[in-house]
Design a protein around this ligand. Structure first.
Ligand code: BGC
Length: 388
């Protein structure tokens, strides 16, 4: 059959339109792409084959999560997975749309470190509804039945190690001023860190070694060896840094302004992580009535390692993200093979017990900073000055 020239042109236009509509159904990506953007053709190709693994991390603004991203990018490539790593930038709505974007791309295993444990439940539920397996990474997604596995450090041990460091440095002292700070209440880890610390500090508050100087809520419960979640929530609510450097600084400044001279001197500070420790340490260092301070941290961020070398931060808890990333990738491999991943215990997420794989942590201070972090190949000696 012969068609008129106009009809051929019309059929071509219609075919093109149908094709474009079909593509638009698969993706929300624009049909034109600037340099570096994904074209419809590329996105559709991904949707057709699917992503093996998608990773969603809380924020690029904390070096801790950049360490994880670097390791993930290398390890996922090494494992031969098609993958994508996205950041939520401290926003649960962005986190949810990141998860939806990965679901649209056909992700099979989602590794997610929630910004807010409860808020991430909706993202986990959406993933499960699409048949995606969910691995909660470092922080537990709470209030959802749809968390398949949890890969984590031993967070109670992190808090206990921070507290033990303070206790060891306060040996022989009485009524030593103690300042307490915590992470964000929306992060289940903040509770685990605080619980671990309280287990070690409380007996030393009870025997008069330490006196709490900055939290009426903590003072209210200081005779209780074990706290309920609600009691911890009340204390954390008062001493939270929200994992935010500025909030940590403002809170420390307010505490020092309110404190009397005799509440200062040689002080002991429980700081929940490295970022907040540096802010809090700088604030205490600039108060003329603080003669010395011992301050904790965690994550072994480069800036804090330098602070430790320089004597500006006392310790950190090294959480080797290489192990955590490798554990979660090994888990993804098992899931994709249809096997049951190896786990070492479980964590209750307010709805279900989530099977978990847990990794140990290492205490680092001036005495072992070189062997633990440089000789082990984690950082290069050239990243620091004054390393002995
Ligand atoms: C992580 C810490 C981190 C903190 C703030 C916690 O859940 O376990 O390593 O410093 O969040 O991002």
């Amino acid at each position: 059959m012969k068609l008129a020239k106009n009809s051929v042109a019309m059929i071509l236009v219609l075919t093109l339109m149908v094709a474009l509509f079909a593509m638009a159904g698969c993706t929300s990506t624009a049909t034109t792409a600037a340099a570096g953007e994904t074209t419809v053709a590329e996105t559709t190709a991904v949707a057709a084959t699917g992503l093996d693994v998608g990773v969603v991390l809380p924020t690029k603004d904390e070096p801790r999560w950049v360490q994880d991203e670097t390791r993930f990018t290398a390890a996922l490539q090494e494992a031969g997975f098609t993958s994508e790593v996205l950041f939520s930038q401290g926003n649960s709505a962005t986190e949810k749309s990141n998860v939806e974007a990965l679901i649209t791309k056909g992700v099979k295993v989602l590794i997610i470190c929630p910004q807010d444990g409860d808020a991430a439940a909706a993202a986990a539920d959406a993933a499960a509804a699409a048949g995606v397996k969910v691995i909660s990474y470092d922080r537990l997604i709470t209030s959802s039945e749809n968390v398949n596995y949890y890969v984590t450090f031993d967070s109670i041990a992190v808090g206990a190690a921070q507290a033990q460091y303070l206790v060891d440095k306060a040996a022989g002292k009485t009524a030593a001023p103690l300042y307490l700070y915590a992470g964000a209440s929306s992060d289940n880890n903040a509770f685990l860190f605080f619980e671990g610390a309280w287990n070690v500090l409380q007996p030393k508050i009870a025997d008069g070694t330490f006196v709490i100087k900055n939290s009426e809520e903590a003072i209210k419960y200081q005779d209780k060896a074990t706290l309920t979640r609600d009691e911890m929530a009340a204390i954390i609510g008062q001493i939270t840094t929200n994992w935010d450097f500025n909030e940590a600084k403002n809170k420390a400044e307010a505490h020092l302004t309110a404190a009397k001279t005799e509440d200062k001197g040689d002080v002991f500070i429980l700081a929940p992580n490295d970022g907040t420790a540096r802010s809090i340490a700088d604030t205490f260092a600039s108060d003329k009535d603080v003669t010395s301070f011992v301050v904790t941290g965690q994550d072994a961020e480069k800036a804090s390692v330098q602070y430790i070398i320089d004597g500006k931060q006392s310790m950190t808890v090294f959480k080797d993200v290489r192990s955590l990333v490798d554990d979660s990738i090994a888990m993804a491999v098992s899931i994709l093979k249809g096997e049951t991943p190896e786990t070492t215990g479980s964590y209750n997420n307010k709805k279900v017990d989530v099977a978990a794989k847990q990794t140990q942590v290492i205490v680092v201070d001036q005495a072992n900073v070189k062997s633990a972090l440089v000789d082990s190949g984690y950082y290069a000696a050239t990243d620091f000055t004054g390393l002995k």
